[in-house]
Design a protein around this ligand. Structure first.
Ligand code: ADP
Ligand code: MG
Length: 249
């Protein structure tokens, strides 16, 4: 067992800063998420939430500090970035399904091309996950033939087909009609119950209370508050957290 596994850290940020030109979008972010940890990340629009999670699988680079994923340093110079990306699934606000492929083809693509699975195995894995998110009967349809909630569940199934160790969600329910939010959140609750390590950017505070073991509030690129949900909602310490909660609750 390596020292990181002994510590149980799935994701570790140590003093991470990032700039877009002269604009500092992340300020000295430090954060440790243990294996099986479930973090909800919230904060005003533009506070750096998407940037923070996109740094984990190197959709963005960072200039200062260190990010470790399962003990591997995430670094643009490192070839190991491919292995990090294989372990980390990501779900976006906009679903990002390939429109010219059916749902099951969307799910089979990466397992075949990245994991080198046979078509037969990839199909079996895809069906297993489509059943889990309860859209197995939509497998042969194209994304636009599905409702928003079904498309987002398909996107979650697609990510799970790579058997990731960590799942990142970036406002997965923000683009959905209200009546479809619950079916997607229920899927995420089930994933959490299975022990998945998760970071969810969301303003669904009912979900945060139910699922998160830690809620983090970001403002202007900084982690301003980080606490278990009971403490976060009932006795927030920072005035910016209080003001934010006052606006959304
Ligand atoms: P959030 O997800 O919390 O809304 P983002 O991480 O998307 O915030 O963005 C944080 C800040 O960085 C915003 O001010 C945004 O305008 C800026 N930003 C995001 N992406 C870029 C980019 N590619 N180039 C320059 N600025 C960017
Ligand atoms: Mg964002």
């Amino acid at each position: 067992m390596t020292s990181v596994e002994q510590q149980g850290a799935a994701i570790e940020f140590a003093g991470v800063s990032k700039w877009y030109g002269n604009f500092r979008v992340l300020r000295n972010v430090s954060l440790t998420i243990p294996t099986g940890g479930r973090v909800v990340l919230c904060g005003p629009s533009g506070s750096g939430k998407s940037t923070l999670i996109r740094c984990i699988n190197q959709l963005e680079t960072y200039q200062e500090g260190k990010i470790l994923v399962d003990g591997t340093q995430v670094d643009s110079k490192l070839k190991a970035i491919d292995s990090v990306r294989r372990e980390v699934g990501m779900v976006f606000q906009s679903f990002a399904l390939f429109p010219h492929l059916t749902i099951i083809e969307n799910c089979m693509l990466a397992p075949i091309h990245v994991r080198k699975m046979s078509g037969r195995d990839a199909r079996a894995v895809a069906m297993e996950h489509l059943e889990k998110v309860r859209i197995e009967n939509q497998a042969d349809k194209y994304p636009t033939q599905l409702s928003g909630g079904q498309q987002q569940r398909a996107a979650i199934a697609r990510a799970l087909c790579m058997r990731p160790k960590i799942m990142l969600f970036d406002e997965p329910t923000s683009a959905l009609d209200p009546e479809m939010v619950k079916e997607v959140l229920d899927t995420m609750v089930a994933l959490a119950a299975d022990g998945m390590t998760m970071i969810c950017v969301t303003h669904e505070m009912g979900f945060a209370r139910r699922v998160a073991d830690r809620v983090i509030f970001m403002d202007s690129g900084e982690i301003v508050e980080s606490a278990p949900p009971g403490e976060f909602f009932d006795t927030p310490r920072n005035s910016r957290t209080k003001a934010f909660l006052g606006q959304i609750l």
